[in-house]
Write a protein that binds this ligand. Structure first.
Ligand code: C2E
Ligand code: CA
Ligand code: CA
Length: 884
């Protein structure tokens, strides 16, 4: 598009430059030519006019001369007649006239007309018709005749049609006679001049005449001779005649145009001359245009080149690329400024050589760089990277590329560029170092990872695999080289009495025991067995052998036996034992975790059975566990739904049967199974660790009920609640009791005998002291089933002791049993402790117990445990009194 426009512009320019001078020249030439042509025409016209004038002058002279001559001839005759009028005879006239006609003239006839009537004519022959013509009566000739008579002068008329035929000029000469009376008009002498003769003699009709001539009377319009030339720019002259003037006019024969002659040749010559001038101008114009176009094209190209060069310069400048060129033969180098800067040389534009380049190179790179260069020349493409060393020692990494090219008539040359790649190289180096560092660090990390993984999977103390490792093993049993059908067994081993050793001899001793135990296990197991420590004092042996139950039992027994042997530690003989739960399974059917759970169940059972034994997992065991689990879930939801409530069994004074208190007993109002007694939930609740919660609930209910009964005036003096061992261990027990704001003597805590026998626990002793401080009575429950010593009884000093119902029941029949009771009662009395009997089923029992000295009685004989409503009815009705 732009190109089209520029072409168009060029074209217009060309036209302007080429054609304008030519056009101007053409105009000038045309004007000149026309002017020359006009000049030429004018000259020719003037020449023609001169020619015509000359000829006209001749003719005029002839006409004038001929007429004058004819008049002169007649004048002589007239004067003769004037004198001889009276004597004039026709003969005389004929004689005179004949003389006239002897002269060379154009006279045709002469007539005499005395008194204006023609009487005589000479020659007569041919003119007879004129005789007798009266001018006065002839209208055509009367005017002229009278004019001649009246003026007395010659009147020339004509040409007129003659009476005697033909045309001619008639000259009428008046003739006067002198008489005494004066001058008398005599008549006229008429002379007829032959028109044709006159014309011929005057050369008017001469065919050789070069001009067309016309004659006209001056002032008259239509010429009487020749055609009307008035429109043809005639040349004129006057012919002076007696009485009048004729105008003689002439134009060249064929018109002026013919007379001026044909000037086409002249014009042709001018045209030729014009063309001769114009053609070179046009050619020059064309050439100029062409030249200008080329000039513009060159200019444009120059501008393009400048632009490209500027861009290239900018690009090279910004990218700091140096350009070099070398003559492959002479090794002369041309370097631009940037090249010199790259090599740390002066930017003086001075000549460089291959040697200069060589010298600027780093010694270590020289050989390679030269190799590259030689190869570049050989192959035509050069590419190399090397270092250059500047004068100040700076080292730069340069990259050079080039290509060989050759122009005709020139040595082959290499043209190339160089640029600084130091930053890239350094970056590369840094990257490489960073990569190396990273790799080293990765290796370290890998080592650390392996170590950490080992640590993560092993127990630091014994070096055995840990719980996590076991979990992984169990999770991926199938993938760990255990065949699908292979039977495996897991022994879960728990150290007994380990806590005591830890507590009494310190952790170092405990650690020593653990190390010992792990050594024993490793020694007793086979190499392929997996032995792990999975908790404080728990170990696991995973054995893959397809051992029979007997083999496994033997292994477990060996372990138990070996572990029971005392371990010497810093002069002490440390003893501990183990309980083992064993689970077996098939890799394909059993999940690893399940195996551990099963073994755990078995272990639990083993521990329950007593220490230092082992137990196999079985389906029955599992069913039990499942049931326990169900019950546990129900207990938890029962707690949420307040299904645990207090029933009350009253207690009476043995002597008076007055109500002395009630024992609160927990009941579970099961949503489907009805009221359940403690034996059905206490073991599970204890396992669940919610027994303390239940105790608290029952205490709270008892307190609430007590208050209500006080309000009702039922007179319940005291409520006893059972307190589980776990609750006594609770450090927060006292705090929570304080909040309940219990009135002294209204509440009694029943503690099982075993509490203060087994436990030397400080918190328990402290709690008991605090309970007493709070004004809560402390009773020993189920007295007689445990091993309470007199010393511990003294130490604890309870308010009451409650003899277990197993000791009460036989008293009706067994005297020895009665003696045992007597002793217990005596001890109580001695120590100031009240004695309560529970399980009093009959009034017989009641009577005996009263007699034995028991203070308080509780049992079915009086009342079963009752719900609060029933109890209230029972108490209001005093029902027991009727029974007793
Ligand atoms: P315990 O403290 O010895 O409670 C007395 C148990 O003897 C009660 O059984 C009661 O129903 C029963 N009993 C009362 N009189 C007679 C009788 O004349 N003959 C017979 N054969 N039995 C009689 P229960 O209510 O099933 O309680 C069983 C045990 O559960 C209680 O023994 C007590 O140790 C425990 N227990 C009950 N409630 C609680 C409680 O709230 N907290 C705690 N920690 N233990 C409780
Ligand atoms: Ca009790
Ligand atoms: Ca009891």
């Amino acid at each position: 598009m732009a190109k089209d426009q520029s072409t168009l512009r060029d074209h217009h320019g060309w036209l302007r430059q080429t054609m304008l001078p030519a056009l101007l020249a053409l105009i000038v030439l045309l004007i000149g030519g026309v002017y020359l042509d006009l000049q030429n025409t004018t000259l020719a016209r003037e020449r023609a006019q001169a020619r015509v004038l000359a000829e006209l002058a001749l003719i005029r002279a002839k006409v004038e001369g001929n007429i004058t001559a004819n008049i002169q001839l007649v004048r002589g005759l007239v004067s003769t007649i004037s004198t001889e009028q009276t004597t004039m005879t026709p003969e005389r006239f004929a004689a005179l006239a004949s003389r006239l006609f002897e002269e060379q003239s154009q006279l045709r006839s002469v007539a005499l007309a005395p008194d204006l009537v023609v009487t005589t004519t000479y020659p007569l022959a041919g003119n007879e018709g004129a005789i007798g013509l009266n001018y006065l009566t002839n209208p055509a000739q009367r005017g002229a005749a009278l004019l001649a008579r009246d003026t007395g002068r010659l009147v020339l008329a004509g040409p007129v049609d003659l009476v005697q035929g033909g045309r001619g000029f008639i000259g009428r000469f008046p003739v006067f006679t002198d008489s005494p009376d004066g001058r008398q008009f005599w008549g006229l002498v008429s002379a007829v001049v032959d028109m044709d003769a006159l014309y011929a003699d005057s050369d008017l009709t001469n065919p050789a005449l070069g001009v067309d001539v016309s004659l006209a009377v001056a002032g008259g319009m239509t010429p009487f001779f020749g055609r009307d030339l008035s429109d043809e720019e005639p040349v004129t002259a006057e012919v002076s005649l007696p009485h009048g003037t004729w105008i003689i006019a002439a134009v060249p024969k064929g018109g002026w145009a013919a007379a001026t002659g044909d000037n086409w040749l002249f014009r042709l010559a001018i045209a030729a001359a014009g063309i001769l001038i114009l053609v070179p101008i046009v050619i020059t114009g064309c050439l100029m245009g062409e030249r200008n176009r080329h000039f513009r094209a060159v200019k444009r190209r120059e501008a393009d080149l400048t632009r490209v060069t500027r861009r290239l310069d900018l690009a090279l400048g910004i990218s700091r690329i140096g350009v070099w060129e070398m003559d492959a033969v002479t090794k002369d180098l041309v370097w631009d400024d940037r090249m010199n800067q790259l090599y740390g040389l002066a930017t003086d534009g001075g000549p460089r050589s291959y040697l200069d380049w060589r010298q600027a190179l780093h010694a270590d790179d020289l050989a390679q760089a030269e190799d590259d260069f030689a190869r570049g020349i050989a192959t035509g493409r050069y590419e190399s990277t090397f270092r250059s060393v500047h004068g100040d020692g700076t080292v730069r990494h340069l990259r050079s590329i080039g290509a060989v090219y050759s122009d005709p008539d020139c040595n082959p040359r290499i043209l190339g560029i160089n640029w600084d790649v130091t930053t890239d190289v350094e970056l590369n180096l840094e990257l490489k170092q960073a990569t190396a560092t990273t790799q080293a660090r990765n290796a370290e990390l890998e080592t650390a990872r392996v170590r950490i993984e080992h640590n993560a999977l092993h127990d630091s103390l014994t070096g055995l695999p840990n719980r996590r490792y076991l979990d992984e093993i169990l999770q991926g049993l199938a993938g760990r080289g255990f065949g699908a059908d292979q039977s495996i067994a897991l022994l879960h081993i728990d150290l007994d009495r380990f806590k005591q050793i830890n507590d009494t001899l310190g952790h170092a001793a405990g650690d020593a025991m653990l190390i010992h135990a792990s050594a024993v296990l490793r020694a007793k197991c086979r190499d392929g067995d997996f032995v792990a420590r999975i908790g404080g004092d728990e170990f696991v042996v995973l054995t893959t052998a397809n051992d029979s139950q007997e083999d496994l039992a033997a292994l477990a027994a060996r372990i138990v036996r070996r572990m029971r042997q005392p371990v010497p530690y810093e002069g002490h003989e440390c003893r501990f034992g183990v309980s083992i739960g064993i689970a077996r399974g098939c890799v394909s059917t059993l999940e690893g975790r399940q195996l551990l759970i099963n073994a755990d169940i078995a272990l639990y059972r083993a521990k329950a059975r007593g220490r230092n034994c082992y137990e196999f997992f079985s389906e029955a065991l599992q069913a039990e566990v499942i049931n326990t689990k169900r019950v546990a879930d129900e207990i938890l939801s029962g707690l949420e739904r307040d299904e645990f409530v207090a029933y009350y069994q009253p207690q009476f004074d043995a002597q008076t049967h007055d109500l002395v208190g009630v024992e609160a007993l927990a009941r579970w109002r099961h949503p489907t199974e009805g009221i359940k007694t403690p034996d059905s939930f206490i073991p599970v609740a204890e396992e669940l660790n919610v027994m303390a919660t239940i105790d608290r609930l029952i205490l709270e209910q008892a307190l609430a009920d007590l208050a209500r009964w006080d309000g009702m005036g039922l007179g319940v003096p005291r409520a006893s609640v059972n307190v589980s061992l776990r609750r006594l261990h609770d450090e927060e027990l006292i705090t929570s009791l304080r909040k309940l704001d219990i009135a002294p003597g209204r509440v009694s805590f029943e503690l099982v005998e075993s509490i203060y026998l087994d436990d030397g626990d400080d918190i328990v002793s402290w709690n008991i002291e605090q309970i007493k401080e709070l004004g809560i009575d402390v009773e020993i429950d189920d007295f007689g089933t445990g091993y309470a010593s007199i010393v511990s009884l003294q130490k604890l000093h309870p308010t009451r002791l409650k003899i277990d119902r197993q000791l009460i029941m036989p008293i009706l029949t067994d005297p020895a049993q009665r003696r045992l009771l007597t002793s217990i009662i005596d001890i109580g009395k001695a120590m100031g402790i009240e004695v309560v009997a529970e399980g009093v089923e009959t009034m017989e029992h009641a009577a005996i117990l009263r007699d034995l000295g028991c203070d308080i009685l509780q049992g079915y004989a009086f009342a079963r445990p009752l719900n609060p409503a029933d109890l209230e009815v029972f108490l209001s009705a005093q029902s027991w009194r009727k029974a007793s």
